[in-house]
Design a protein. Structure first.
Length: 640
């Protein structure tokens, strides 16, 4: 397999002007490109892949993108040991200068212009990750991110497991496999359909709380690339009124905020929530005992999403002592004393109110000597303002929604009706005990699994339920996506909410870890059975080289690995940089390596673009896709 860099290098070497002693003269190539050298353009147009990437077709005319071409030529050759176009420093930049030199903010980091595949499948697994450079490896990335074939379909409802005969947009899904590739496979069907994306990505925290297990010297940079790749594609899946909610801790929350500002635009930041998830605080912290996490909220379009209010608590309802049921109300002070409450700030709301104690008439003018004048003055004698302007005040008087009472000191107080609300606007800090992750996450999950601890750091079910409740239609059929589904808290929350408000929300989970079936799916099955309603379809990305990777990891002996190597040569896809004959020639050196290094070596020789079967190749006989799977895939990819 050839990449674009090699193809272009070989092409340019055909022109003697661009080479010296067998080496390519980059400056000569760039100079010719900037001058739109006819011979260079003719050479570039002669190659199909090169033409595809550096020319734009406009009304049948090929237009050369010399900026893109120059950037490609100027970049270091392939990569994983370079910093690509970005400096070896993480920071806020503007026009390639750090923030102290400009006003426009962009977060830059090593490998920012790359795609991080993210192939971890075990919680304790340390993985040397591959960064696919967007500039130098567009062909590899195109293939890597193409929609994949799904296989092993199973449907589960309250009556158990069923064969999947059909699939529709009414189905909830669990997709087992790499979440970046799963998102790209969902895109043809679910683009613009997802109402809420809730994700709890692996935290890049110090100590045992670090669930981002990638063995890379740029751990912070790796995490940023990993998250950025996935959020960019997630945005495309969102409805116009869609919302992203992303949970994070202190270590990366500030950087994540800037990355999301760049992807969604800063004005689409709806707010950030602080949830007290560990009231006792973390004992491993050196200074402050961390007891909270963050959730950043972003909308796809500015000002479009609506938010539901929380239902009043019983204590809040008791404050509305007058009236009954939906007509309950209480009286509140008509005097405004909070922010923007002075005559200078609200001149139209400073005026006298007149009251006749004998007739209890309220007016804006004194109609006789029996009327007393009441001004908006607070207890310290400072001038304030009323809650309404004069015209609005009179309307409330006419509806009998204003009254005047006398205080113990003889002064008069104006009050206005405060009718019972349907709910309260959610605050930015949640400290209720129901958000304690130990009690309503870890303990709850252990109870579901008969006392066994099957997952580390599950979220509180109630935290996720409340977030979903705020941004989806109650009793509606919105789609919720979670592509870091972990133990399946999001599915649990969706199924419970549907039972409570008779809704028909759908949930899509993506999970690549080994516990997908034993924990994520099993939890969904238990909740569905308990609720006696709901269903979910499990499927997985059809494996190619990822099957070999799994076999390599599970191998116990060198003999096992040599047999796998034989299978790879016969049925696998090997990196174009590797010569199998050279490996066979030096097999004795391979056998002298430790078992760990032998595994690492075999995984490295595999072409990572062929981890899974592309949907475009579903009919290729070599991949042995069953007729049943072909039918379901073709139905899925034709959904509208």
């Amino acid at each position: 397999m050839q990449n674009l860099l090699d193809e272009l290098t070989q092409l340019l070497q055909k022109d003697d002007r661009f080479t010296a002693e067998g080496k390519l003269l980059k400056n000569k190539v760039i100079e010719a490109a900037l001058q739109l050298d006819p011979a260079l353009l003719k050479l570039l147009l002669s190659h199909k892949s090169v033409k595809k990437h550096f020319f734009q077709e406009v009304d049948g005319i090929s237009v050369f993108d010399k900026t893109k071409f120059q950037k490609f030529i100027s970049n270091k050759s392939f990569l994983p040991d370079s910093y690509t176009a970005f400096k070896n420093k993480i920071g806020l930049t503007s026009n390639d200068e750090f923030i102290s030199e400009g006003k426009e903010v962009v977060l830059s980091w090593p490998y920012k212009d790359c795609v991080l595949e993210g192939g971890q499948t075990k919680e304790d697994e340390k993985r040397d990750e591959i960064f696919w450079n967007e500039i130098l490896a567009p062909d590899e990335i195109d293939r890597l991110l193409s929609p994949k074939v799904f296989t092993n379909f199973k449907r589960y409802d309250s009556k158990g497991e069923h064969k999947v005969a059909d699939i529709s947009l009414e189905d909830s899904l669990i997709i087992k496999g790499n979440n970046l590739l799963a998102l790209h496979s969902l895109l043809p069907i679910y683009r613009g359909r997802i109402k809420l994306i809730y994700i709890d990505p692996p935290f890049n925290s110090p100590g045992e709380g670090n669930t981002f297990s990638y063995n890379n010297s740029f751990n912070h940079s790796t995490w940023l690339t990993f998250i950025s790749n996935r959020i960019q594609i997630a945005k495309m899946l969102m409805k116009q009124d869609g919302v992203l909610a992303i949970a994070i801790d202190d270590e990366e929350q500030a950087y994540l905020k800037v990355v999301c500002d760049e992807i969604f635009n800063r004005e689409n930041h709806l707010g950030s929530l602080i949830i007290q998830t560990k009231p006792s605080g973390r004992t491993t912290d050196a200074y402050f005992a961390t007891c909270h996490e963050y959730v950043h909220f972003y909308s796809k379009e500015t000002g479009v999403p609506e938010i539901n209010f929380f239902e009043l608590t019983e204590d809040q309802k008791k404050a509305y002592k007058e009236g009954d049921g939906e007509n309950s109300f209480k009286w509140r002070d008509f005097l405004r004393t909070g922010g923007l409450s002075t005559p200078e700030e609200r001149p139209n709301s400073y005026y006298p109110i007149f009251f006749n104690p004998q007739t209890e008439k309220i007016s804006l003018k004194s109609e006789s000597s029996n009327f007393v004048e009441i001004l908006p003055i607070d207890t310290s004698g400072k001038k304030r303002v009323w809650r309404k302007t004069p015209s609005s005040f009179i309307k409330h008087v006419e509806k009998n929604e204003i009254k005047v009472v006398q205080k113990n000191n003889g002064d008069w107080k104006v009050q206005i009706i405060d009718r019972i609300k349907k709910g309260t606007r959610p605050k930015s800090v949640w400290v209720d005990s129901k958000y304690d992750a130990a009690s309503h996450g870890t303990k709850l999950l252990k109870e579901l699994f008969d006392g066994e601890k099957v997952f580390s750091y599950p979220k509180s079910l109630f935290a996720v339920k409340d977030i979903i409740d705020l941004f989806t239609e109650r009793g509606g059929d919105d789609i919720i996506l979670d592509f870091f589904s972990g133990s399946g808290t999001t599915a649990h929350a969706v199924f419970d909410l549907n039972k409570e408000d008779e809704g028909n929300r759908k949930v899509i989970l993506c999970e690549q870890m080994d516990y997908t079936e034993n924990v994520t799916l099993e939890r969904s099955k238990k909740v569905i059975a308990s609720n006696k309603e709901g269903s979910i379809v499990l499927c997985e990305l059809s494996k190619l080289n990822s099957l070999f990777i799994k076999q390599i990891k599970e191998s116990k002996t060198t003999k096992d690995l040599t047999q796998i190597w034989a299978s790879i040569k016969k049925n696998g896809f090997i990196s174009y940089k590797v010569n199998p004959k050279e490996i066979d020639k030096n097999i004795s050196e391979f056998e002298q390596l430790s078992l760990k290094d032998q595994k690492k070596f075999l995984i490295e020789v595999l072409d990572k673009n062929h981890l899974y079967v592309n949907y475009s190749e579903i009919d290729d006989k070599d991949y042995k896709i069953s007729e049943e799977d072909k039918k379901l895939n073709k139905k899925f990819y034709s959904l509208k």
